[in-house]
Design a binder for this molecule. Sequence first.
Ligand code: BGC
Length: 740
Amino acid sequence: MTEQQLENLLQDMSLEEKIGQLLQLTGDFFAGEGLATGPMEQMQLSEEQVKLTGSILSTVGAKRLRSVQDSFQKSHPHHIPLLFMADVINGYRTVFPIPIAQGCAFSPELAKEMARISAKESARAGIHVTFSPMVDLVRDPRWGRVLESTGEDPYLNGLYAKAMVEGYQGKDFGEQDRVCACIKHFAAYGAPTGGREYNQVELSERSLYEEYLPAYQEGIQAGAGMVMTSFNTLGRIPCTGNAELMQGLLREKWGFDGVLISDWAAIRELIEHSIAEDEAQAAYLASKAGVDIDMVTNIYSNHLAKLVREKQVPEAWVDASVRRILTLKNKLGLFENPYKDADEVYDTMDEPEPAHRTFAREAIPETVVLLKNDDFLPLNKKKTKACSQVAFIGPYMEEQGVCGAWSLFYDPEENITLAKALAECDLEIAAPVAKGCSTLAPGQRLLGFQKPVVNEETMEQQAKYLEEAVRLAKESQKVILALGECNQMSGEGAARTEITIPEHQMELFRQVHAVNENVAVICFSGRPLDLREISAKAKAVLQVWFPGSEAGHGIMDVIFGDTSPSGRLAMSFPYNVGQVPVYYRELHTGRRATAQENRFCSRYIDAPNEPLYCFGYGLDYTTYAYEQLQLSKQQIKPQEELTVSVKVTNTGTRAGKEVVQLYLRDVTGSVARPVRQLVAFEKVALKAGETKQVSFTITYDMLKFYDSKMQYVAEPGKFEVYAGGDSRASLMEAFTLLSK
Ligand code: BGC
């Protein structure tokens, strides 16, 4: 459709029709042949209103969506097609490691490819828009949604935001097997006070601009077609009703001209937030903020028309929103082909595409982080006899729920468990396996994502599992213990104050350890956990997050050394929960803790300041050494750049991949500057004994920050550059930025 045709269509639509485009409903309104009355009554919407809906969320399947589209278009006065949206977060049918694990790969390219595959699988299932990527910066692991983020660092998050948008959309999301990406949750949703879900966000303006906003902006600059508002308040104003943020910053300053969608019922929540007196005022505020789509409430549908007729809301606001929505539909090509890529063959395919599974398997070693290894891993598969004396124990040996809480469309039966992968390992004598306990304690019930999760086992059953596990541990030379949070203990609505492995699993750990000290722990979780006890006692700890469909294969590839773990932490692991939030990019304090005895400095009296494992950290099966950090210049003028090079050597006996990290410290500024900030990295493959010189460019823009007047500038003075394998990197050189 040409722009003129689209404009003509808009002019021809009635006010009610236009407001219909702003409504998003779930698929249950369109169940079966016609419209379902139950949900309509519940939401107080009339049949006429539902027939004018603009988009549907969370319903998938080519056959289903084709038929919904058909009957919908037939009855729509202008035959405008529906948009279909869904949360395809870390894969559709083929599930990849959760986003926080993707962050740990330090490989935006890897995330881009995962997004490309997810786009293809979901586009074939009829989806046009995915509610991904979530680019919220996170520093508090109590918050359940850290699993959906790529971590604590603005620079890393920005690279991932861009890569994921490109992966989903390609050059043009109208092309085959591409979907439109949605940057969420705008803004600063990842910083709720106390880590408590849907809580207020209190940030300084400088921190917001320098740390929290850049990733959203990167995603938007990469061309994301949609942005989602966040539930939280920011500066005491709920984002969904914040005109300054949405119109002033997002649209005017950043030039975003795509569709802005509210988060789930967030327009109605303006009333709960106590900034709107009633539904009509909520509609007014959201509309003024330029929120185009009302996700699953009747607020726009039941109030906007009256507000327009009473001249409280200019019709031009509604027109602008409808124009953006129709433009999105047009860019997707829906006016010509309302099904886009929906392909019924995909619905009934027995197996997902093998290449997708292979990629999912190969991605896992890139995302897992080896936190500790006292010469324990990898196990040597060739020593088959020895392997028969390794016991594989734990609730995660047979667990299929390893995809993270936001994987909604996969078949758990298609997941490769650890036990299944172990059985495929071709060991001459099979290694023994025992459950030890379940992920949840006996009788424990969790409000799960879609339905409650319950462990109906009794204490007696649990005692039997434990007894069997301890017996096996006693008989074996080594134990691999697969533990972790239950899949549903992280994700939306899963804030925790005790970020530990559940107590009944710790009991298993303690009892196994009491009879056999040769224990390695494989840790599954959706957030950094307090791993103090495990880290002190276990011989090795491998953090695997939720690795997705190919979990068993990918992890066994690492355990048996077919490949090495090359993930590095994208989020610090706290020493204990009392330290939270703890992150590397903190500011200098006037009373820095020193090694000397001194009460009056910035520290705890009962715990270290440092996290248990810092940002950027991760071991490999080999070791690396850094030397000869060199700068091409000791001084630069404004707009100039300099080159940094460093030599990294694989000093061990196996090949591996190292993430060479470059940090910058602005020694003095008109406002306090972070102790250091990541400005570049490169993941390099090195054979045993091999040395590579890695070079980076430091540009003038990298030196910029928001100064005392909130101007984004670089201030003359001294800068230190650090290179190494994690955020504690100590190899340092300095240069000066001259004033002219
Ligand atoms: C979440 C969003 C999600 C939406 C639609 C909300 O509860 O916050 O991230 O995209 O639901 O499922």
